[in-house]
Design a protein around this ligand. Structure first.
Ligand SMILES: [Zn+2]
Length: 221
């Protein structure tokens, strides 16, 4: 443990977000109650593969994500949530591009963006915070100035499948396409629901020149 971590823990003790036990945001007992998904076979038109750590209906995962996303935010939970993704990689599979040692500089992490207005309201982009932690742990650069969200969408939960596809159509814009040309992108979000958001973002990235797009999320519905 570094001195900085030691001091931070001393002055701002962490509590398990489920059982309130002191020391970490997720204690060992509660971690043991998280279910991890089997090896993924989910592919789509624009996603090479979707890898999600846990089912969203696992109550601990749901609770962690809610505490991370909704006021009062526990922003630090990003590292716990990214840890679940890394654990999933270790249990099942690392996306092969991450294992190819020749991949230096050819892989990028891109979080699903928020519109500027939404970002101002919340103060942070939850997908970007998780992406940043993954970036640190996987040593893959994160890029947040290529994929932009230019139109506001309605909350997807209230919509039918067809309406969700319409709702996200053309809401993303790729700026500086040169940065992703022929690159492998790990597209990161917190929850994968019907996939329309991720599919649309992946479409824009691929049409702008990305070689392939892998979907990476903490939870999947
Ligand atoms: Zn606990």
């Amino acid at each position: 443990m570094s001195l900085k971590t030691f001091l931070a823990d001393l002055f701002f003790p962490k509590f398990c977000q489920n059982c309130q036990k002191e020391r970490s945001y997720l204690c060992e007992d509660c971690f043991a109650m998280i279910e991890f998904l089997p090896r993924s076979h989910y592919k789509s038109k624009n996603l090479k593969l979707l890898i999600s750590a846990s089912p969203y209906n696992n109550f601990i995962v749901k609770k962690l994500i809610a505490q991370f996303k909704y006021n009062p935010f526990v922003k630090d939970l990003a590292s716990t949530l990214a840890g679940l993704i890394i654990h999933q990689f270790e249990q099942t599979e690392y996306p092969p591009p991450l294992l190819a040692k020749s991949g230096g500089g050819q892989i990028l992490i891109i979080p699903i963006p928020l519109t500027r207005k939404r970002l101002r309201q919340r103060g942070f982009n939850q997908a970007e915070e998780i992406g940043r932690e993954l970036s640190k742990q996987l040593k893959v650069p994160l890029v947040n100035n290529v994929l932009l969200k230019t139109k506001e969408t309605m909350p997807q939960v209230e919509l039918s499948k067809q309406e969700r596809i319409q709702n996200v159509k053309d809401v993303f814009f790729c700026e500086n396409a040169e940065a992703i040309k022929k690159k492998t992108v790990l597209l990161v979000d917190d929850v994968f629901t019907t996939g329309s958001t991720m599919e649309e973002a992946a479409r824009v990235l691929k049409e702008s020149g990305a070689k392939e797009v892998w979907g990476i999320t903490v939870a999947r519905e």
